[in-house]
Design a protein around this ligand. Sequence first.
Ligand code: C5P
Length: 400
Amino acid sequence: MPTLTNKRVLLGITGGIAAYKCAELSRLLIKAGAEVRVVMTRAAREFVTPLTMQALTGNRVHLDLLDADAEAAMGHIELARWADLVLVAPASADFLARAAAGRADDLLTTLLLATSASVAVAPAMNQGMWSDPATRRNLDALQARAWRVFGPAEGDQACGDVGPGRMLEPAELLESCAGLFAGEPLAGRHLLITGGPTREAIDPVRFLSNHSSGKMAYALAAEAAAAGARVSLVSGPVALPAPERVARIDVVSAEQMRAAVLERIGDADVFIGVAAVADYRPAQAAVEKMKKNEREMRLELVRNPDIISEVAGLAERPFVVGFAAETADLLANGREKLERKGLDLLFANDATGTFDSDEVAATAIFAGGELEIPRSRKEAAARKMLALIAERLPAAAAST
Ligand code: C5P
C-alpha cells in the first residue's frame, strides 16, 4: 500500500471539472498517512466548495492572498514552508501558463514561487488545449524547474472529445505522490524511541533521577518524523514540548517506561533507547512523606529492568540502537555495552557537558566498525544517526 506517513501535502485545486475528484484524492492522501491542507483558486470554487474540502481534511481551506485574517493564521510563506509536497490537481491550462510565467497573482502561484518543497502537477484539460504548442512550452518550462508532471491520461473527456487530457484517477495520483518519497528509507517505518530521565520515587515528594534533558531523543523523534517515519516517543519527565507529528507517551519511572515500550514494540521496525533510565530504584517507596528525625538515612535500592536488553532479547525484535554516555574509555566501554546488551548499533558520547547541551559529538559503534559524528547541533547529529540507522536497517532486517 502506498505510504505518505507524516508527509505534509498541500493540495492546490484549480478550475476544471476534474476538481470534483479532489474530494476522493484528499481522502486517499490522508488514509496513506499524509496531513493535507488545501489551497483553491477562485475558479476551483465554481466546481467544488471549500466547505467540502475543509470537512474532508479537517483544516481550513486557504483561498486568498490578500486576506488579512487568513494571512494572520497561516500566510503564504508559512504554507510554502509547511509543505513537503505541493500537488496541483487538477492543473488547468491557465494555471500552467501563469506558473510557467512565474506569476504571483494569487495564493497558489505565489506560494509555489516561495516553496522549496517538491512540486507535482496533474494536468486536466481538453485534448486540443493539451496538444497546443503553448501548453507544451509551459510544461517544458515547469519541468525545467524540476516540477513533476503526473499524467494526463487518454480517454473520454467531459466535453465529449476523446484524447489526452483526462486527470489521472485519485488512486494513481496517490501512487505517484508516494513514489516521490519511496527512496526515503525510513518512510512508513515505525520507530519507537525512549528519552529523558526516569524518576524513582523515595516517598510521595522525593525521587532519584539524573540530569537528562531529553534533547537528543526529541531531536531524533522530530527528524525521524520529518523523514516519513511513524514515531512513538516514550518520554520521562522533561521540559520539552512534543515534537510535531510524533506520538508522545509520558511516563515517570523505569518500570512504567518498560511497560510502555513492551506494549508498543510488536510492530516497531527500530527501537532507539536514548533514555537515561535510572539503574536503581528504592526497594520500597514510602507511602507517607518521610520525616527527618534521624541523623542518618539509608535507602535500600534494587536494580531496575534493563529495557533495551529486554527488547534486544525478544524473539521477534526490531533493529535495536543504544546510547552510552561515558566519562572514561568511551570506545571500549561502548563496544562492551553493544555486545553485552545485544545491540545492532550504539552511539557513545562523552557524558561531561552533553546532558543539557544543544550540541553533541558521538561515535557510532557497530559489529563491523566505528564512525565519528563530529560535534554539531543535536538536530544535525540526529539526521546523521538516522541515516546510519537507515543504511544498516535492511541488512539487519534480512538477518532476523
Ligand atoms: O545506562 P547504560 O549506559 O547501560 O545505558 C546504555 C543504553 O541502555 C541506553 O540506550 C539506555 O537507554 C539503555 N538502558 C535501558 N534500561 C536501563 C538502563 C539503560 O534501556 N535500565
